[in-house]
Design a protein around this ligand. Structure first.
Ligand SMILES: NC(=O)C1=CN([C@@H]2O[C@H](COP(=O)(O)OP(=O)(O)OC[C@H]3O[C@@H](n4cnc5c(N)ncnc54)[C@H](OP(=O)(O)O)[C@@H]3O)[C@@H](O)[C@H]2O)C=CC1
Ligand SMILES: O=C(CO)COP(=O)(O)O
Length: 355
């Protein structure tokens, strides 16, 4: 497990609880030492006792020595650098699964494409779904999708495919994996849901309630579907755990860092003061840029993601931007150009003072 943050530690716990040895790579030697000495991760999952089969190390060669598979659980923006760092040590041909969610900002590549560029010759997949780290570590019933593209040989013998082997490794009392061959659909869901969660947070912070959240979730799923299918993924995948499932979780409470960031911004808290100024991984913040860039490139309308991007990165006023989102011309559901019609501009939404 490469990354000893909250998610890497939780997934290593799932693996170790199932009777496998899990090497947990931490960037900081002091954290690796603290994990091994105290059998807990004081920085990311404090108060939770780690299984004995987890061994932390800050040395990549040690972490990857004899590994049967590698999982990457550092923020998406660090992925290419991580791949370059592990290249000399990763055993030939072992499966690599992404536990991080996003689209690379500079290139607009899906994270699996980044891994394949940097580490050719490995099956690359993802583990993704509605999975808050602490609940997963506590063995609360949790389900997620394990997606790898299936080769012809995998189809002849699905039980030996990388997806099946990874799913068997993760499958335990509380953790229930499903397998998929639609890696694109799974990755798009994971990247887009964080941006939509920021939108939900902004609206809830601005004083709106359940109708608004349900509308954003549902229309967010439509944005996911359009992007996933434009990139070669399947619509049905977006209705699964890695899409609608994760979107529902992430948009439901401020346990989500993405939802929480939006909520604070919606309340008028300036970005530098959010999370009391603590550096916090908020994938939807950087992915608002990468997702909207990618969507524009492939010609897919993603108005919610565009609005979040405009607010976070282009200095747009929250009230004006979200008013404009709600005042867009009437569209067909699901999106269909041939059902469009002319009509007068709708009234502008009054954001704020709406209790
Ligand atoms: N937390 C969750 O519930 C879930 C998270 N995820 C995804 O997992 C990924 C990681 O998130 P999460 O574990 O929550 O984040 P955390 O903030 O809990 O941990 C981040 C981890 O990444 C490390 N890190 C930060 N910058 C770098 C870098 N430049 N190079 C190498 N390592 C670095 C940190 O090390 P250090 O401590 O030294 O800074 C830390 O170990 C994200 O993509 C997130 O979306 C997916 C599902 C659930
Ligand atoms: O991806 C997650 C749950 O599936 C974690 O969400 P946040 O990064 O918003 O906390």
């Amino acid at each position: 497990m490469l990354g000893a943050g909250s998610w890497g530690t939780a997934l290593a716990t799932v693996i170790a609880r199932n009777g496998h040895d899990a090497a947990l790579w931490a960037r900081r030697p002091d954290l690796a030492e603290a994990i091994n000495r105290h059998r807990e991760n004081p920085d990311y999952l404090d108060g939770f006792a780690l299984p004995d089969r987890i061994t932390a190390t800050a040395d990549l060669a040690t972490a990857l020595d004899g590994a049967k598979a590698a999982l990457l659980a550092t923020p998406s923006s660090t992925l290419r650098g991580m791949c370059q760092a592990i290249a000399p040590y990763i055993p030939e041909g072992i499966p690599i699964a992404l536990a991080c969610k996003g689209v690379e900002k500079r290139t607009g590549l899906l994270l699996s494409e980044v891994v394949s560029e940097e580490l050719p010759g490995h099956p690359v997949g993802a583990v993704s779904g509605p999975t808050f780290a602490r609940e997963t570590a506590l063995d609360h019933p949790t389900a997620a999708t394990v997606a790898f593209p299936f080769s012809y040989a995998d189809r002849l013998d699905p039980g030996r495919s990388p997806a099946a082997r990874m799913a068997l490794t993760l499958s335990g009392s509380g953790f229930r994996p499903y397998v998929s061959d639609d890696l694109v659909g799974v990755e798009v869901g994971g990247a887009v849901k964080n941006v939509i969660a920021i939108a939900c947070g902004i609206m809830s912070g601005a004083g709106f309630a359940e109708n608004t959240r349900a509308a954003l979730i549902t229309r967010g799923i439509d944005e996911m579907k359009l992007l996933a299918t434009a990139l070669g993924g399947r619509r049905e995948t977006v209705t699964g755990l890695s899409g609608a499932g994760d979107l529902t979780l992430t948009c439901s409470s401020t346990t989500s860092r993405n939802m929480s960031l939006g909520h604070q911004l919606g309340q008028g808290i300036p970005r530098p003061n959010c999370f009391d100024g603590r550096p916090t991984v908020v994938e939807g913040e950087v992915n608002a840029i990468s997702v909207t860039d990618l969507a524009r490139r492939v010609g897919v309308p993603m108005p919610i993601c565009e609005t979040v991007n405009a607010v976070l990165h282009q200095g747009a006023d929250i009230r004006q931007a979200f008013s404009a989102l709600w005042a867009r011309p009437i569209e067909a559901e699901p999106f269909a150009l041939d059902l469009s019609f002319d009509h007068p501009a709708p009234q502008t939404l009054q954001i704020g003072g709406s209790s």
